[in-house]
Design a protein around this ligand. Sequence first.
Ligand code: 5GP
Ligand code: ZN
Length: 134
Amino acid sequence: MKDCNCIFCKIAGGEIPSATLYEDEEFRVILDLNPASKGHSLILPKEHYANLFEIPEDVLGRAAGVAKKIGAKLLEGLHATGLNVLQNNGVSSGQTVFHFHMHLIPRYDGDALGLAWKPGKLTEADRDEILGIF
Ligand code: 5GP
Ligand code: ZN
């Protein structure tokens, strides 16, 4: 189902033009307008799913296939040396557009992209609490 107020529905459906790297009946891959690195791209399903918890597993699996195919092409064509695949869910994770998308972020040796975090230490209390959920 499409959401008529959703910018990524309009882009994925071709209603709003975009720099498209790849398109099939189910997905469109576009260049991010505010790239973290050269080649930063977004995989958009043409159907509207707000996030990881809404997208069906089979569609997600095919999105992963697109990530492999387009990610490899970006790496080779741009002579990148690494690739981050990111996907945000919820405001606190950094999600700003509430239509599922996967970021493909090419990385270059020595680039200063701030995607890393300061590693913490797993406490026994956290470990036990988390294991208790499963
Ligand atoms: P999020 O933070 O939701 O994971 O990522 C949204 C991404 O979409 C951001 O990287 C942002 O730069 C990109 N973006 C937002 N609006 C547009 C747009 O209209 N066109 C394109 N190409 N990218 C967009
Ligand atoms: Zn949408």
